[in-house]
Design a binder for this molecule. Structure first.
Ligand code: SF4
Length: 239
């Protein structure tokens, strides 16, 4: 079901683009905490955060700085049990509004339309149906999108900036953790007892849907376990 957070966008694309440009200039060098504070001051109730339930630092920061921001989890129907358990632990631990959104198509309906195990033949289409479309429905009702993107963890394009205008989704995209290193994330996680997906400690440094994620061997790239055997490296949410 699509989430119901947000309303019709109150600002025009030109206004959102201007806010992004101004914000990028004003907030150059800002900390993650400052970027979240700026975001909620600028966008009020027209902003959502997304969280993949791998390392939930972004949600922890939102809970402490701007708990009015809803957190969205895209439930593809193919998540590991450990991922869904992490979601429930975060729900229990915070008073945040946490919304699971999913495709209009059940996996059975998708299989009927496109054949079984679409992920094994056309993962781009599967990700589009199960991940990208549900999130874009949420973003269509909001002016800003808080993401947990980090350059060190890939998924971020080279030209990604902490505050930027996403032309495709017509939202201001804010990535407070963009320049955090792995060490920065580990330090914050330990200091704040951040909920993490236990699979991280079982050879899964990057975690997506179970059909498209495998454990990596020591020395292998941390993203090597995602869509193994395909050229694909990103689900499409950040393209
Ligand atoms: Fe489908 Fe795999 Fe993408 Fe999940 S990661 S939506 S199973 S292709």
């Amino acid at each position: 079901m699509p989430a119901t957070v947000g309303v019709a966008k109150p600002r025009s694309p030109e206004t959102l683009r201007d806010i992004a440009h101004r914000g990028a200039a004003d907030m150059a060098g800002a900390s993650a905490e400052e970027l979240i504070t700026w975001s909620v001051a600028e966008f009020g109730d027209s902003i959502v955060a997304t969280q993949s339930m791998v390392n939930t630092t972004l949600t922890t920061l939102v809970a402490s700085i701007a708990p009015s921001i809803p957190v969205v989890f895209v439930d593809t129907g193919y998540h590991f049990a450990e991922t869904l358990d992490t979601l429930e632990r975060v729900r229990a631990r915070t008073e945040l509004t946490i919304l699971s959104v999913s495709s209009h198509l059940t996996i059975e309906e998708q299989s009927a339309q496109h054949g079984p195990d679409l992920w094994s033949r056309d993962p781009d289409l599967c990700c589009s149906i199960r991940k990208v479309q549900p999130l874009e429905e949420v973003l269509a009702r909001n002016d800003a999108w808080l993401t947990g993107l980090r350059r060190d963890a890939a998924g971020a394009r080279r030209d990604t900036r902490p505050i930027m205008y996403d032309v495709k989704r017509n939202v201001v995209k804010v990535s407070p953790l963009l320049d955090w290193s792995d060490d920065d994330l580990a330090a914050y996680t330990a200091q704040h007892s951040v909920e993490v997906n236990p699979l991280i400690h079982q050879g899964f440094p990057s975690i997506g849907c179970h059909p498209c994620t495998r454990a990596v061997a020591p020395g292998e790239d941390s993203r090597a376990g995602r869509w193994s055997g395909f050229e694909k490296t990103e689900c499409g949410l950040h393209q």
